[in-house]
Every structure is written in C-alpha cells, then in structure tokens.
Design a binder for this molecule. Structure first.
Ligand code: GLN
Length: 242
C-alpha cells in the first residue's frame, strides 16, 4: 500500500502549544489503517525533501525570526511541490510565514515565502481564547472546527482567497472580517492550536486522503472510532460558547 511522507519543517523551533501533536494524530490515524507513514524533519540548512504533506507548527516571534530566512530558501521548491499535488498544513507562526511577510510585535519585518497571498502585522493586543469555526473544504460538506488561538498577528488575505472557515466564536485572522485561516487547494493555514487535529479528526482525514491521492480527493478512508475525539470537540465548543 502506498504511504505518506510528511516534511516537518523546523520541529525544534515551531512547536508551540504542543503543535507536534498534529503529527502524532496523522501518524496514529495512518497506523490504525495500515497506511505506511514517515516523517522527515527539516531543520535550518537542510535540503527540502520530497513529501506528500509539509507541516509547519506555530512559534513565538523570536523562534519565527530564527527560521524565516532559511524557509525563504525553500520558497520555489515548496511552490512547485504544491503545484505537483503536495499539501501544506501550517499553524499560527508557520501560517504567517506562508504569506508575503510578518511584522512582529517589536516591529521587525520577517520575510514570508509568498506561497499564499496574505500579509500579517502584529497588533498591540493578543487575540487569545477558544475558537470555533464553520468550514466547508469540500462543497456541501460543512464541518465544525474547534481549538485555541493565541496570536498578536492580524492576517489579511488577498482578494479572492478563501479563509479556512467562518468564525462562530473567537477572533480568527484579524478579529474583524469574520474569517479564520486560509484554504487554497491543498494548502491549509490556521491560527488554531489545541493542537489542531486531535479534536478535529475530520480535518486529519481530509489531509491524509489528499496526501494519499497525490492532491486529488482520493478514495474514502476506512472509518475509525472517533467517539472520544468528537466528545472532546463537543466539550470545547460548549466552553467556547458556540
Ligand atoms: N508569534 C506569532 C504571533 O504572536 C505567532 C504566535 C503563535 O504561533 N502562537 O502572532
């Protein structure tokens, strides 16, 4: 059976709020189904491996500053991997660096890789709390996504870009336009930690299915018993008041 290779960018620097847990969820959900799963870590100075899905977690401004220049080295290769069907999942600090630039809370401007048309600037307050979104990654298939956000960055999407979801409770990209994250083909960017995937198994499966299909929507995956995950999601929604 064909498997999945994850390119995990900067696991030492971008791993705030246990974002590494997202990899653990992808790993387990593949293992339970007998899907071979491999993670290749990419640290500063390393070459970019071929992967079905590239992952970047969140980080504080100072951590982002340490890797932003190195990430720019991979901008062209990441763009061509995405054009060839690879997916990208980027959380918070990693999400910000998918765009053109991020001006941090002390005013330093970090370069992004311009993979998606968005810019981010830190505001004077942090946007913190539980968050609930309504997403529709595939037409007609509406899903709730729950988690936790904590960011100073305000992200503005370019015209024509679609957010990952509509904020039902929480702040989202900038606290004003009602959108959270970005969804562009196989690219998902989001401010949602928790980590993201344990309470949102449907999104983990969306990523796995796409990665297995090399970018297409692929075959439905064998269902798993998600009772515990869904209950955690329901509790989180209740706490968020959505
Ligand atoms: N440093 C960024 C911000 O404050 C991202 C934070 C994060 O990854 N949690 O907006």
């Amino acid at each position: 059976m064909s498997g999945i290779t994850i390119g995990h960018l900067y696991p030492e620097h971008l791993n705030i709020y246990a974002d590494r847990g997202n990899i653990a969820v992808l790993d387990r959900r593949c293992a339970w189904r007998g899907i071979p799963f491999e993670v290749v870590a990419v640290d500063v100075g390393d070459p970019l491996p071929r992967a079905d899905l590239y992952y970047l977690g969140g980080g504080q401004d100072r951590d982002q500053m340490l890797i932003a220049g190195d990430l720019v080295r991979h901008a062209a290769d990441l763009a061509s991997a995405v054009a060839d069907g690879a997916g990208v999942l980027a959380v918070c600090g990693g999400y910000q660096l998918l765009g053109h630039s991020y001006r941090g809370h002390q005013g330093a401007e970090m370069p992004g890789i311009g993979l998606v048309d968005l810019v981010t600037e830190a505001g004077s307050t942090r946007m913190i709390g539980n968050i609930v979104l309504e997403c529709e990654l595939d037409a007609g298939d509406r899903r709730r996504l729950v988690g936790f956000e904590n960011h100073a960055g305000r992200t503005t999407l370019g015209a024509g870009l679609t957010p990952l979801g509509r904020v039902l409770s929480g702040h989202g990209n900038n606290g004003s336009d009602g959108g959270e994250g970005v969804h562009a083909g196989g690219i998902i960017g989001t401010y949602v930690h928790g980590p993201l995937l344990p309470k949102n198994p449907w999104l983990a499966d969306w990523l796995i299915r796409r990665a297995l299909a090399g970018g297409g929507s692929g075959e439905p995956l064998e269902p798993l018993d998600d009772a515990l995950e869904l209950e955690a999601g329901r509790v989180a929604q209740a706490i968020a008041g959505a």
